[in-house]
Design a protein around this ligand. Structure first.
Ligand SMILES: NC(=O)c1ccc[n+]([C@@H]2O[C@H](COP(=O)([O-])OP(=O)(O)OC[C@H]3O[C@@H](n4cnc5c(N)ncnc54)[C@H](O)[C@@H]3O)[C@@H](O)[C@H]2O)c1
Length: 358
């Protein structure tokens, strides 16, 4: 078993992690156990969970509808009500069994119910394994604006079992891969090279890669849990990525982009701006564009759409006194944080991106 041990927020990875999961539950001795799933993870992930769960208390399953459009405060209410009706108290524990939507929202529900009960994350999507379930950020969207309401609070621990990935739709797997690529760019050439050699069907390689990403994310959040500096590097590609994701959520006519798909576009834009402003190697910019184009759809945006995306930057939660803050790179692992960018440079980045297709 691979593990990162901390007082809160430990991560256990591998089949043997289930034994640790069960013994940690016994140590905790909770009054009740609740499992929050969404419609898909209820269907696809509960059998692996039940097979491995051996604690004496029968868990109570609570379900929310699947999808980013349900990561809302409205969806928290029935969960809080169920916890209350089913007698959850401050010694109960919530297990979030799902992708990033379930771990973000479930962590928020647990962190606010009776001013905070314990929770455990069991991520079932690649994106949640390598990113969302680690680091203690929990929350919900406000309308189509991403992650506007939330808290930073660690799970008791996170259990990662890549067997869950066997039922994950391929497009969701690729979406999670965007965060793996981001980890490579912000961390090291070695991890980037490992990441671009990905073989989604090779379990050994996948577990290695998932664990590599978890270690990178953990290193960053341990050094800077409250995002004063270093943690901002995890937002590489996310400033424009989130605005693009919000734009697509807002426009039902426009094909919705998954979180990772929007982030992949954001990474191209951030690498372009890094090259323009901070001598990021052009050869690496090319390699990033080729890698992303190989795996992700890269839809173009019209002038009016770009304007709307730029307008959405005003709502980014990382903004400082009205200024949009970007993270750029000058090379692998060399970050420049809190960068302010004139709007015309963002337009240039979109022009570069739109031309990639031709
Ligand atoms: N808290 C953080 O630090 C952090 C970091 C990155 C992303 N996020 C958030 O994570 C969310 C995206 O996460 P996601 O991509 O996992 O989305 P998601 O939770 O919506 O999961 C994607 C889809 O896959 C389904 N699914 C999940 N696991 C499955 C499985 N094993 N088998 C079959 N279906 C499965 C889900 O039901 C859903 O339909 C976004 O809301 C994003 O803001 C949070």
């Amino acid at each position: 078993m691979q593990k990162i041990s901390k007082e809160n927020g430990s991560v256990f990875c591998g089949k043997e992690a289930w034994a640790t999961f069960n013994s940690k539950l016994s140590e905790l001795d909770p009054s009740k156990v609740f499992v929050i799933t969404d419609t898909h993870t209820k269907q696809h992930c509960t059998s692996n969970f039940q097979k491995n769960y051996s604690y004496s208390i029968t868990p109570c399953f609570l379900e929310m509808p699947a999808g980013e459009s349900n990561k809302t405060i409205e969806q928290c209410i029935p969960l809080w009500e169920s916890l209350s009706e089913l007698g959850a108290d401050r010694h109960s524990v919530c297990i979030n069994l799902g992708g990033g939507v379930v771990t973000d929202l479930g962590g928020f529900v647990a962190s606010t119910f009776k001013r905070g009960i314990a929770f455990i994350n069991i991520p079932t999507s690649l994106l949640a394994m390598v990113d969302a379930a680690v680091g203690g950020k929990n929350g919900v969207d406000l309308g189509y604006l991403k992650n506007q309401v939330g808290v930073i609070r660690d799970p008791l621990f996170t259990l990662v079992d890549i067997e869950f990935l066997t039922t994950l739709p391929e497009q969701e797997l690729i979406s999670g891969y965007a965060e793996v690529l981001k980890h490579g760019l912000i961390h090291s050439k070695e991890y980037w090279e490992e990441a671009i050699e990905i073989d989604f069907s090779n379990e050994v390689l996948m577990e290695r890669l998932v664990w590599g990403s978890i270690k990178i994310k953990n290193q960053v959040v341990t050094k800077d849990p409250l995002e004063k500096g270093l943690r901002k590097t995890l937002n590489f590609g996310h400033t424009l990525g989130h605005a693009i994701e919000s734009f697509c959520l807002q426009h039902e006519g426009r094909k919705a982009l998954l979180h990772g798909e929007a982030v992949a576009i954001g990474i191209i834009l951030a690498c372009y701006l890094s090259a323009e402003r901070h001598q990021y190697p052009k050869s690496l910019l090319r390699e990033v564009c080729e890698t992303i184009q190989k795996h992700f759809a890269t839809p173009t945006f019209s002038k009016s759409e770009i304007q709307e995306i730029i307008d959405l930057l005003a709502f980014d939660k990382k903004n400082d006194r009205g200024n949009v803050c970007f993270v750029f790179l000058s090379d692998f692992g060399n970050h420049i944080i809190d960068c302010k960018v004139p709007t015309e440079e963002i337009w240039n980045a979109f022009e570069f991106y739109n031309k990639l297709k031709s």
